[in-house]
Structures are given as C-alpha cells and as structure tokens.
Design a protein around this ligand. Structure first.
Ligand SMILES: Cc1cc2nc3c(=O)[nH]c(=O)nc-3n(C[C@H](O)[C@H](O)[C@H](O)COP(=O)(O)O)c2cc1C
Length: 221
C-alpha cells in the first residue's frame, strides 16, 4: 500500500469480523513496527499480545469492572480534563459515534450497549497492550509508545486489518494482571484492538473530522 494512502486511509475500526488473525500475521506486523524510532534508540516498549482464552477473560473482566462503575485505576492518569477546543472535538466524536449507529442521545440502553462494546475491545480477536517500565521515569517514552502504536496500526492496515487504540482497555491494570502475565514493573499504557474490519458497519464508515492546518501550524519565516 502506498504510504500516504495508508496514513490517510487508516481509521479506527469498531467492529470486526468473527475471524482470528494468524500468529504469523501478527508477528509480521510487529516485525515491521519494531523499526519505529525512539529516544536514543532506547526502544522502551513492551508489548503483550492477548488472544484466545486470555483475551476472553480480559473482556469479561473489563466489562464487569466498567459496568460496576469501578473507579479507574490506570497506570497513567486519565483525568479527562481537556482544554476547551479539545473538549469540543471530544464531544463531537462522542456524538458522531452514537448518531452513526442511530443511537439517540436519550437512548440510555443504546449508549450502554455501545459502551459495553468498547470495553470489550469491540470484540476484536486480538488486543495488544503497550507497556513501559515503571522504573523508567523519562516522560518522552510516552511519545515512543505512541510512535510504535501508530506503526502497528499502519502495518496492520497495510495487511487489510483494522485497529482501534483503546485507553478503555487500560483502566484496570491490577485486574488485568490477574488474567494476563504482565508484571507489576510494567505500566500498561494503552491497548490496540486488532482484527479484520467489518466494513459494512456504519461506525467504521462515518466521516471523520480533522482541524485545518491553519488551526495548529504556525509558519515562522
Ligand atoms: C491514546 C488513544 C486512546 C484512545 N482510546 C480510545 C477509546 O478508549 N475508545 C475509542 O473508541 N477510541 C479510542 N481512541 C481512538 C480515537 O478516538 C481515534 O483515534 C480518533 O477519534 C481519530 O479517529 P480515527 O482513528 O478514526 O482517525 C484512542 C486513540 C488514542 C490515540
């Protein structure tokens, strides 16, 4: 796939076909992603690939915790306190993901169904949890994690797979550790749901918004 087309064409996928991804395919994607840049080539990332029974247990746990209203206890703060402009965009996304599925604002059951789907990684057959060492206090490694996450998403897209980065899968690290062998010295930053996209699903098709360049680029001649 041509690179510009891949960057522009990748989008978050929120419904997947009920079809596993082969270990070879996942390995290929990670083989590509490991060439991501990082500060001083430190490569501070650790990736945990959840599939099969482990992923099933994860989904059950994350749904249970979320529906019980368990307080978020993520390894990185998820304060959700955004500057106004970002809050507006966040709100717009929230509206469009519901309206694309025909869920009205006052349809509490519909919203809960969608939310349940999100915390169960949209039932993807694979969830990659991206982690960093707890004893690494360099904040820049968060950037490195972001870069490898994007590489994974693009390499997956190149293979016809869909992904969705999901903070919603990193809210309960202590519970995750009871299910998946992720040691306590690793901070769980974000999950990447991956699978074959169900392209007919409205939520995988709605028109996405981006700010125009003049809203965030300053040319300093
Ligand atoms: C760090 C991070 C966390 C995210 N967490 C979630 C999430 O919990 N739930 C969700 O539906 N999408 C999540 N997303 C996906 C964003 O909503 C999505 O990337 C954004 O709306 C832009 O849309 P696009 O990926 O389709 O271009 C996350 C993205 C990032 C980068």
């Amino acid at each position: 796939m041509e690179l510009t087309a891949a960057i522009r064409g990748r989008r978050s996928i929120r419904k997947f076909e009920p079809r596993d991804i082969s270990k070879e395919t996942i390995t290929d994607i990670l083989e590509t992603a490991r060439w991501s840049p990082s500060w001083g080539n430190t490569q501070p990332w650790f990736l945990y690939v959840l599939t099969g029974k482990t992923l099933q247990k994860f989904k059950e746990m994350n749904l249970l915790q979320s529906m019980a209203g368990a307080p978020v206890a993520s390894d990185v703060p998820m304060l959700e306190k955004w500057p106004d402009a970002m809050k507006t965009r966040y709100g717009q996304l929230g509206k469009v993901v519901l309206s694309a599925q025909g869920i009205a604002r006052d349809d509490k059951a519909g919203r809960e169904r969608y939310y349940a789907g999100m915390v169960t990684a949209f039932d993807a057959p694979c969830l990659i949890l991206a982690c960093i060492s707890r004893d690494n206090l360099v904040e820049y490694q968060m950037l490195d994690i972001g870069i490898i996450a994007q590489s994974i998403c693009l390499a997956a897209h190149d293979k016809g797979l869909g992904t969705c980065l999901l903070a919603a899968t990193a809210r309960f690290p202590a519970e995750i550790r009871k299910i998946a062998a992720i040691p306590d010295d690793k901070k769980i930053i974000v999950g990447i749901a991956m699978g074959y996209p169900d392209s007919s699903f409205a939520l995988n098709q709605f028109e996405r918004e981006r700010a125009k360049l003049d809203e965030f680029v300053s040319w300093l001649d």
